[in-house]
Design a protein around this ligand. Structure first.
Ligand code: F6R
Length: 614
């Protein structure tokens, strides 16, 4: 977690770093800070968001200087306060660092440095790292780049760092292992970001620093890259960015989350573009095409992910088993990585991630690869670590997702899983041509149907008003819509802080029914396809205990509409595709409840968009 930004060039660094930090706030917002060098080093940092940093910096420090680094923090070591905020200065006050990641062996290194006379003011692992670099620099009498490289060979953990020396402020040294770092190349200027958004309006040329690499970025002089482990010089690939600035702005919506919910028809169209060939009755997915034998001969597929991506994986389980007849297991990446998973030859592991940087998912993928699995990534962020670690994969093309609560990533992940399942089923010969074509046709209609669901916004806002003061909420679904119930509950709790639980509807009587009373609303997904009568019975069980029902039903429904306290009608589709429609009202419901409760929808407390630590 955490976002880091840096600049070295001819322009004023302050504005570039601050604007960059604002773009990276989705990565954490416990504290923020900036270090600038003009004729002297100025550092300003504060608990809380970048807005607070701007107020403080403009009063307290000189904003001049063409070199700067900045940080927005999601706290791991030490509480979020001014002292623990980055940038952090070394003991001799010469080096200044920003860091995203965790140094796992920091306590051992700290003890050694204390024995050498070093003093520590913060609780952070980062202060240990910057002092280790200083110590190496002084004892080995080497330049900063070499000191960073040598120091990092002693470090266990994850890092993306930017560090400079006020005695030699014509270079910033960067390095990464496990946490992302992108370098923008301008005319006589270099930009640094945890992703590319801080420098999108300055340059299109980017280097994604690879694992275990160090870069010495210099203005007007040669920039060098080399490996941490063996010091060998490397020539990184310069890529051209396709992302547009407008894609990362709010575009007239009050919040990124609302914008992203409304972008889902387009996100799905973009995900299908060039892949769904309706007239020819084929699906093109190069990641599968090039490895079709691995998929058709797979004995088992294990899907790994975290949070919402894990929920997409659960929908994928239903889809794969229904359409391609391959056994599927879905695992939290954080559990998978610490089990002793049984991976047999011909097994496939699918890793799902919006950001492509989730530490648990990355570690689980590494383990799966070590055990011999073919690892396929479904990812949204182009060039992210997960895409590079996969043997093959498919992008979701949802566009940048900035709101911390994941929305369009979920529906596009399901879209890719559905395409994959159909394609594999066709190659295995387990689906008839007519069913295949029907399923393709239904998928093609989904973006329009999502638009219809989005038009229910005003009605959903009224329902939000009616239930916003509840302290708890239950979400129920069956079959393909059981994971949607889990996802609906996650969306509500993460942005409104209302306690919510998702359950398979039939499980209710095995425990959760004890919670039902007149103050406990239950959101039930009761679409016409998928055990409708059984869900109706579940609704009656809740009502006989005075529970309030908000039902998501199919257009034309009669029975549930009559008995529910509130209902929301979504268009009809085939059962495997219902999650793409039933999810929409649940996202809008959470959004409106959170807004009505005055919560920060895009940056909920304690969370960050990309969880790059364990
Ligand atoms: C929920 C949410 C998180 C993420 C999870 C995985 O709205 O955003 O639960 O889904 O942290 O992140 P990715 O998909 O980036 O691996």
């Amino acid at each position: 977690m955490c976002g880091i930004v840096g600049y070295i060039g001819d322009k004023q660094a302050y504005k570039i770093v601050i604007d960059g930090l604002k773009r990276l706030e989705y990565r954490g917002y416990d504290s923020s800070g900036i270090a600038l060098f003009d004729s002297r080093l100025s550092v300003c940092k504060t608990k809380g968001k970048v807005e607070g940093l701007v107020n403080k910096a403009e009063k307290e420090i000189s904003l001049d200087g063409n070199v700067g680094i900045g940080h927005t923090r999601w706290a791991t070591h030490g509480e979020p306060n001014d002292v623990n905020a980055h940038p952090i200065i070394s003991n001799n006050k010469s080096l200044v660092i920003v860091h995203n990641g965790i140094i796992e062996n920091y306590a051992t290194i700290k003890d050694e440095l204390i024995s050498k006379g070093y003093i520590f003011k913060s609780d952070t692992d980062t202060e240990v790292l910057v002092n280790l670099i200083e110590y190496v620099q002084l004892t080995e009498k080497v330049k900063l780049g070499k000191a960073v490289q040598l120091a990092l060979t002693q470090v266990v953990g994850a890092y993306a760092i930017a560090v400079f020396d006020k005695k030699k402020p014509d270079e910033i040294v960067v390095a990464r292992l496990g946490s992302p770092l992108a370098i923008g190349i301008g005319e006589n200027e270099m930009f640094i970001g945890s992703d590319v958004t801080p420098f999108l309006n300055f340059t299109r040329k980017v280097i994604y620093l690879e694992e275990g690499q160090v870069g010495v970025l210099r203005n007007h002089k040669e920039t060098k890259f080399y490996n941490v482990e063996n010091d060998s010089i490397i020539s990184p690939t310069i890529e051209n960015l396709k992302l547009e600035l407008s894609e990362i702005e709010k575009g007239g919506f009050d919040h990124f989350m609302l914008k992203e919910i409304n972008e889902q028809p387009k996100a799905i169209i973009d995900t299908l573009r060039g892949r769904l060939k309706l007239n020819q009755g084929i699906i093109k997915l190069s990641g599968i095409d090039n490895n079709i034998n691995a998929f058709t001969s797979a004995n088992k597929i294990t899907i790994i992910g975290c949070g919402t991506s894990w929920h997409a994986g659960l929908v994928g389980e239903y889809i794969f088993e229904h359409i391609s007849r391959i056994p599927v297991e879905v695992e939290y990446a954080s559990e998978f990585r610490y089990r002793n998973p049984i991976i047999n030859q011909n097994d496939i592991v699918i890793a799902i991630s919006q950001s492509g940087e989730t530490a648990d998912t990355l570690a689980a993928m590494k383990l799966a690869k070590e055990r011999g699995a073919f690892v396929f990534g479904i990812c949204n962020v182009v060039g992210s670590s997960i895409t590079r670690l996969s043997h093959s994969g498919s992008y979701t093309h949802a566009g940048p997702e900035i709101g911390v609560a994941s929305t369009k990533a979920f529906t596009t992940q399901i879209t890719v899983l559905y395409l994959m399942a159909l394609k594999i089923a066709k190659s295995k010969g387990v689906i008839s041509k007519s069913v295949f074509n029907k399923y393709l046709g239904e998928l093609n209609l989904i973006p329009k149907k999502i638009e219809i669901a989005l038009n229910l916004n005003d009605k959903i806002e009224k329902i939000a008003e009616a239930i916003k003061d509840s302290k708890n909420c239950l979400y129920l679904g069956r079959g393909f819509n059981f994971p949607v119930a889990l996802e609906g509950a996650l969306k509500l709790k993460e942005i409104s802080y209302i306690h919510a639980e998702g359950y398979p509807a039939a499980e209710m009587k095995h425990g959760p029914i004890a919670l039902i009373d007149e103050n406990m609303p239950t959101v039930v997904i009761a679409t016409s396809k998928g055990h409708y009568e059984k869900v109706v019975s579940n609704i009656r069980e809740i009502q006989s205990r005075k529970g309030k029902i908000i039902a998501i039903v199919t257009e034309g429904d009669k029975d549930v509409k009559e008995i529910a306290d509130h209902y929301i009608e979504v268009p009809e589709t085939i059962e495997p595709l219902t999650p793409l429609l039933t999810t929409i009202p649940l996202q809008l419901l959470s959004y409106h409840i959170a807004v009505k409760l005055g919560k920060n929808v895009d940056q909920p407390r304690n969370l960050a968009k990309s969880v790059t630590v364990e």
